[in-house]
Design a binder for this molecule. Structure first.
Ligand SMILES: [Zn+2]
Length: 479
């Protein structure tokens, strides 16, 4: 495991750097139910009352409000439904509410429930001395505390809504199921810390769920989120992973091992097998070295390079396995590669395309290489895999299914620019609850990734293991 700094949130500029304490922590926060998206805005007013007055007083006052609303035959908790009443009824509704609730408690809602959404509500609560910023942050605070259905305040809101439904006669409690009436009659007496609440809370919420689908307006909720989303700013969260230092130990050993190879093996150096096997080993090592020396372990490039290490390793291992059956497997591998180069080189030479003089591609160098082993007239161009076996099959035949299914497949997302990789590396999640967890591009490259060093080390070790029967290792290296 990486060492993750579990220190507090660090605020820099307008970005909050979060301690990524546990994947379940963030994961749970991100799991959005229809609660926040479709239901919560309908009941934000209830949430504000409980939050500002406290549970005890808030519940008591809501109880009285519901009782009085009952006399007027207006026992409705949803804002969208209240707004559907006549202007006179609405004025009556809010005059009952304000008998128990100070106007400034519901004032923040006028930031989103503007007069074009509902004039009566706006006129009843708007105040010209309003501090817009304060009220926006008030709304964001409550949205934050109630964003998840399982939050305590969310459950308190559900309790009040359940109560509305009992009082308007639409919630019938069957005596056979005794936990529901117990929960409903005991809930308000208990603190959230009380043991009994572990049973009551789910009952309260599931009762709510059973009722609410019918009466809530998704359109209304969307409208409220949209207004709040517009007027509040993005708050992108950045996950910053530590750069690993402790992985250097194996790198030093690998480096000395490679030195040892370089100083030995005089007897083998003319063999094709040697040039292919050790060339590939060197290629894998050089990528590993580049990742470390250029400190790319936490970058996108580190992941793409890691994938190439993997692919090279599997080709290496696969060929060594094939060797008995296909004695010229190493020659074939080279010929396949030369053919690939020849294909590109010939198109340039025949002027099908031309590249700029500054391009990375140098036709003459390619030509030289293609003709290195034999005259290019004899170099066939094979456009399939060098022995027509897919990468997947090679991993399988080498008994490296996990390497393919997990590591290679994951890294492929990065190599091919697939969304998951884009999301993980280049997008930040916005922590503004009003924005319902959308993602914003990480334009300033603040996000990094978990280090690939440990996995690179694993592939390097596997490579050494694969060639251990062929090449002599120094005594300090333990296979
Ligand atoms: Zn945002």
């Amino acid at each position: 495991m990486d060492k993750i700094e579990l220190s507090k949130h660090k605020k820099q500029g307008d970005t909050l750097y979060t301690p990524f304490t546990s994947p379940s922590g963030l994961g749970a926060k991100l799991s959005l139910s229809s609660w926040a998206r479709c239901w919560l805005p309908e009941f934000l007013w209830i949430g504000l009352i409980i939050r500002k007055q406290g549970r005890k007083k808030g519940f008591e006052n809501m109880y009285h409000i519901i009782e009085e609303l009952k006399d007027e035959d207006m026992v409705i908790p949803q804002l969208s439904k209240i707004f559907g009443l006549s202007a006179e009824q609405q004025r009556k509704y809010w005059s009952i509410v304000t008998r128990y609730v100070e106007k400034n408690i519901l004032l923040p809602l006028t930031v989103v429930i503007t007069s074009d959404i509902n004039e009566t509500f706006y006129d009843s609560f708007y105040d010209f001395s309003i501090n817009v910023d304060e009220n926006i942050s008030e709304l964001l605070n409550i949205a934050n505390e109630t964003n998840r259905f399982h939050d305590e305040l969310s459950t308190d809101i559900c309790f009040i809504v359940d109560w509305f439904y009992i009082q308007n006669g639409r919630l019938y409690i069957s005596n056979e199921i005794d936990i529901v009436p117990t929960a409903l009659s005991e809930y308000y007496k208990c603190n959230h810390e009380d043991e009994a609440m572990r049973i009551y809370r789910p009952v309260i919420r599931s009762t709510f769920q059973g009722l609410c689908n019918l009466d809530c307006s998704k359109e209304f909720s969307e409208k409220i989120w949209k207004v709040l989303g517009k007027i509040s700013e993005c708050n992108p969260l950045v996950i910053v992973w530590d750069e690993e230092k402790e992985k250097m130990e194996f790198y030093e050993i690998a480096k000395q091992t490679i030195e040892y190879f370089a100083a030995n093996n005089e007897d083998k150096k003319m063999e094709t097998k040697y040039s292919v096997i050790m060339g590939m080993t060197c290629y894998i090592y050089r990528i590993y070295q580049e990742i470390i020396e250029k400190q790319m372990q936490n970058n996108i490039s580190g992941r793409i390079l890691f994938r190439t290490m993997l692919e090279t390793y599997i080709n290496l291992k696969y060929m060594m396995q094939q060797e008995d059956e296909v004695p010229d497997v190493y020659d074939r591998f080279k010929a396949y590669g030369n053919g690939k180069y020849k294909l590109v080189m010939a198109k340039l030479r025949e002027e099908k395309y031309t590249v700029s003089d500054d391009s990375q591609i140098d036709e003459r160098i390619m030509e030289l290489m293609v003709n290195e082993d034999m005259d290019e007239a004899f170099v066939n161009i094979s456009i399939g895999y060098f022995d027509k076996t897919s990468v997947r099959a090679k991993f399988k035949k080498c008994g490296e299914d996990e390497l393919y299914e997990i590591y290679y497949e994951y890294a492929t997302n990065f190599a091919h620019g697939i969304w998951g990789a884009i999301r993980e590396s280049s997008m930040l999640i916005c922590d503004n609850p009003a924005h319902i967890y959308h993602c914003v591009p990480d334009y300033h490259a603040e996000q990094n990734l978990r280090s690939v060093l440990s996995d690179c080390e694993m592939v390097m070790k596997k490579t050494f293991e694969a060639i251990a029967d062929y090449i002599e290792f120094p005594e300090f290296y333990n296979i």
